[in-house]
Design a protein around this ligand. Structure first.
Ligand SMILES: NC(=O)c1ccc[n+]([C@@H]2O[C@H](COP(=O)([O-])OP(=O)(O)OC[C@H]3O[C@@H](n4cnc5c(N)ncnc54)[C@H](OP(=O)(O)O)[C@@H]3O)[C@@H](O)[C@H]2O)c1
Length: 237
């Protein structure tokens, strides 16, 4: 194994997670990503040096199997970034109630289990370590279409506080609560216009602002148990 510090990022086969992986690789960290769907972007990350582990957090067994796989690939961690997420509409849950379990497993059980079972990897050596979860600004506003999604993301914020208390002082545990970061493929102009108008800064900022927030949290020696808003001033509008 290498002496370089290792960053674990879940759900990094596309969009924000992929961008974070690329930035850490450029800074010469060892990067372990998880992906569920095999995409060309996963291969690109592998070519840049990422260790890509296929993992499906839909079931508890999938999460538990992942721990075995991550331990085969590293004996220490500098940071864990819980990025994997399923942005399901309530219609999906109502049509198939079993989908509620997937939301629980991806947003709650996976971070919970990974934190407990990777704690010793984070505690190797001296120096502060980080666990950072991606939650959602909308937790504080509510939504009429994503009630189950937001409830499970909200639990992740609760766990952030509890793990920050439990894992101090060596491991800092924080969350980032983004509003709009990137539109999804297929979002139409009317929707985009409406979303942009909802924040004071009125931009689609892209994944770079998530990396800025992650970097701030990792560099801070005095920030733990915090939910960092990343919302372009949504609360002002
Ligand atoms: N983008 C935004 O504007 C925005 C706004 C608010 C919050 N956030 C949060 O920021 C983070 C990154 O956002 P994003 O837009 O880049 O998310 P995204 O495109 O939806 O990517 C999330 C990743 O999670 C993976 N994932 C989903 N279900 C999984 C499962 N059962 N097991 C393992 N992996 C699974 C997906 O893999 P597959 O592709 O294989 O399904 C996907 O690569 C997320 O936590 C999101 O909730 C984003």
């Amino acid at each position: 194994m290498s002496n370089r510090e290792t960053i674990l990022i879940t759900g990094a086969g596309q969009r924000v997670g992929k961008y974070l992986a690329e930035q850490f690789l450029a800074l010469e960290y060892r990067v372990i990503i998880t992906y569920r769907t095999d995409r060309a972007d996963v291969k690109l990350l592998q070519e840049k040096g990422a260790i890509a582990l296929q993992a499906d957090f839909s079931s508890q067994q999938g999460v538990m199997d992942f721990i075995t796989s991550v331990r085969k690939n590293t004996d220490s961690l500098r940071a864990i970034i819980h990025n994997a997420s399923t942005w399901s509409k309530d219609k999906t849950v109502i049509d198939n109630p079993l989908h509620f379990n997937e939301l629980v497993n991806v947003h709650m059980f996976a971070p919970y289990w990974i934190n407990y079972h990777c704690r010793d990897l984070l505690e190797v050596g001296d120096g502060l370590r980080d666990i950072i979860s991606l939650t959602d600004f909308t937790i504080r506003k509510g939504s009429d279409k994503h009630i189950a999604y937001l409830a499970t993301k909200s639990a992740l914020e609760s766990m952030t506080l509890s793990f920050a208390k439990s894992f101090a002082p060596q491991i800092k545990v924080n969350a980032i609560a983004p509003a709009l970061i990137m539109f999804n493929e297929g979002d139409d102009d009317a929707y985009k216009h409406d979303r942009l108008k909802r924040s004071a800064l009125q931009i689609e900022p892209g994944a770079k602002v998530v990396f800025e927030a992650v970097s701030y949290l990792m560099h801070s020696s005095y920030t733990t148990g915090v939910i960092l808003p990343l919302d372009g001033g949504r609360h002002l509008v």
